[in-house]
Design a protein around this ligand. Structure first.
Ligand code: BGC
Length: 328
């Protein structure tokens, strides 16, 4: 009898153990299946294509507008755009950011190629590694970049010259503030401007200085220039914050007679045009540049042909049409 009891107890224990074991095996299999499913989901929905947009100065109002266009296109085409740039314009830092983007093997690079000689080897390096590059705002035409998106800077310089010629009277000396003599786009604008002014015997360029794209520097350089050349009565600026800096200087020097011409549509420039303190500005299309650059990169990656040059519009804005311009 005692033996029988023992046998029954052992049998019960055995079946209990068997039950627990089966449960364990079944749930382990379930977990493995779930993990495998998760693995497959991760592999079948790869991360969005990652583009990097590199500017000469991160917080510059003009560049923030390019970023806005690029991010809007990114939303539309389901890609990621990472916008980067040095805090203050610095070519070496900007080139390091380009190197980093190449090293991290991003899916596309959109870069302001500040200086042909220095940027071309890096752009070619990226292309050789299969990373497509589009230049924006400033081109490196001899590089192997896919396309350039932005203003035709030589033409923009000429337009600035025409804006001056048709708005000043008589014999005048001109002072020029350029963003930087190292930047390809600034040099092209200066070349275009010079070529038009040279055709007018009443106008001559008396001095040229660089603002390093800072409004404070534009102001300091203008003060120096106007003190050294008091006969200058027309000032032009060829990068986005120059005209505002020039205006600060003419106010300090109480030179209300100086006619100011600038570049771009930053809010303060447009306001000063409305108030009659700046005569005219050449407007570029930074938002369109950002949008189109991303769009072209997406087209390229989907196998479509893209043009080598994609020029965005430019126009003269003065007090006659400034009301139609939104502010940045
Ligand atoms: C130029 C940019 C530059 C910016 C600086 C613009 O007019 O197109 O190259 O970075 O001015 O404020």
């Amino acid at each position: 009898m005692t033996n029988k009891k023992w046998t029954i107890s052992l049998a019960v224990l055995f079946f209990l153990f068997l039950y627990v074991l089966i449960q364990f095996v079944v749930s382990t299999q379930k977990i493995e299946k779930t993990v495998e499913q998760l693995r497959q989901t991760v592999h079948s929905s790869p991360a969005l294509p990652h583009f990097v947009l590199i500017s000469q100065e991160l917080d510059n109002l003009y560049w923030r507008e390019i970023e806005r266009g690029a991010k809007e296109a990114a939303k539309h085409y389901h890609v990621n755009v990472e916008y980067i740039g040095p805090l203050r314009t610095n070519m070496d830092e900007q080139m390091k950011l380009l190197e980093k983007a190449i090293a991290s093997r991003v899916d596309g690079i959109i870069v302001q190629s500040l200086n042909d000689v220095r940027f071309t080897p890096l752009i070619n390096k990226a292309m050789a590694q299969g990373i497509p590059v589009i230049t924006i705002d400033t081109d490196a035409p001899l590089s192997r970049r896919l396309s350039y998106v932005g203003t035709n800077n030589l033409e923009a310089g000429k337009l600035l010259g025409q804006a001056v010629i048709s708005r000043v009277n008589g014999k005048k000396k001109i002072g020029v503030i350029i963003g930087s003599d190292m930047s390809a786009n600034q040099n092209l604008r200066l070349e275009g401007f010079r070529s038009v002014i040279a055709q007018n015997p009443l106008l001559s360029i008396a001095a040229i200085a660089s603002s390093n794209i800072s409004r404070i520097q534009a102001s300091i350089q203008t003060e120096k220039m106007l003190r050294a050349h008091p006969d200058i009565s027309v000032m032009v600026g060829t990068s986005a914050l120059d005209a505002i800096g020039i205006l600060m200087a003419t106010k300090n020097l109480k030179r209300k007679d100086v006619q100011i011409f600038g570049f771009d549509n930053v809010t303060e420039t447009l306001q000063a045009i409305r108030q009659g303190q700046i005569v005219a500005t050449i407007i570029q299309q930074p938002y369109d540049m950002g949008y189109s650059a991303v769009e072209l990169m997406v087209k390229h990656l989907s196998g479509q042909h893209i043009e080598k040059e994609h020029f965005t519009a430019i126009k003269i804005v003065d007090k006659t049409n400034v009301q139609q311009e939104g502010t940045e």
